[in-house]
Design a protein. Structure first.
Length: 278
């Protein structure tokens, strides 16, 4: 077994941002400043950190960040009104509603209220449907990041068996669709899946999107598998047991510094794409 390649998310993220810089300049010369509106509802510290990171990443690149922070007791109707206003605001090109929102809010209804042309985080069912059918313009950012990492490192999906662990609307399901559209044979696993280690053993490409620290063990893997770990658990721990998986894999994303930074870059890219579409 040769050396395991580390799929460095920081390198991929920088490459995406470099490509965006001249596009942002060109937009500004025409009088358009790309703008991402972020909505944070409540005081969840992790959500607050994620929103801040996204806003700061925008500003570092010259994308305007319009940060909206709503009270913990915001109602669905109040949130819908804010989204409606952002939909109408021609200076705003992308809208990100940070998940999760407080319990009293109907999150799905709020996501669905985001105009399709501003759904840069790929959360609407319309956007998901387009992605699944193969013509989505803004797939969810973490699935887009996984495909971007594979493209950057020349990892072909075609003809490979990709196993995705997780089927959430923002991660497992859309990444399964993107891999299928890239001509992989896809198996999507979830909490009812039986004999998970046996299925993982068939994977040429493994995507971990389960939300359980170090859940996937190296001994489950086929020798030479490519491992993409989307997991981000408290303490900066991924969904795969890194050391044991590193030994078996031909390539692996670290946590932190793997899928996470590329996810943010994809959000920036989608915002610039949206600004260019006008
Ligand atoms: P989620 O909504 O909690 O979904 C987890 C999925 O894992 C569900 O589909 C669940 O199955 C499945 N699952 C749970 N236990 C399982 C088991 N024992 N065997 C097989 N499947 C099992 O989580 P998520 O939002 O997709 O996030 C997944 C991970 O990615 C988390 O660590 C999260 O922090 C991370 N994440 C990272 C980024 C990033 O930018 N890097 C972005 C988003 C999320 P059921 O459907 O049957 O319940």
């Amino acid at each position: 077994m040769g050396k395991t390649q580390i799929l460095d998310g920081n390198v991929v993220s920088e490459a995406v941002k470099e490509e965006l810089k001249p596009r942002i300049e060109a937009l500004k010369e025409k009088g358009t400043v790309p703008c991402l509106a972020t909505i944070l509802v409540g005081e969840d510290p992790s959500s607050a950190t994620y929103v801040k990171m996204k806003g700061n990443a925008c500003e570092r690149l010259g994308i305007q960040s319009k940060r909206i922070h709503l009270a913990e007791d915001t109602t669905t109707e109040q949130l819908l009104k804010v989204i409606e206003e952002l939909n109408k605001d021609t200076a705003v090109h992308g809208i990100l509603l940070q998940h999760p929102v407080p319990k009293q809010i109907d999150e799905r209804k709020a996501f669905e209220a985001i105009a399709i042309e501003k759904d840069v985080d790929g959360v609407t069912s319309w956007g998901y449907g387009q992605t699944a059918l193969g013509f989505g313009i803004y797939p969810s950012c973490t699935p887009a990041a996984i495909m971007q990492i594979m493209n950057f490192y020349g990892i072909q999906a075609e003809g490979k068996h990709a196993v995705v662990i997780g089927r959430s609307p923002i991660l497992g399901k859309p990444v399964s669709a993107l891999l299928l559209n890239a001509n992989a044979t896809v198996t999507t696993c979830h909490s009812y899946t039986k004999n998970l280690p046996e299925i993982v053993a068939q994977a040429d490409i493994l995507v971990a999107a389960v939300g359980k620290p170090e859940f996937i063990k190296g001994e489950w893997l086929k020798e030479g598998a490519v491992v993409l770990d989307a997991g981000y658990n408290p303490g900066n721990i991924g969904d795969v047991e890194y050391e044991s998986c590193f030994k078996k894999a031909s390539a692996i994303t670290p946590v932190p510094g793997g899928v996470g930074p590329v996810t943010i870059s994809m959000l920036l890219k989608h915002t610039v794409d949206a600004a260019e579409r006008g």
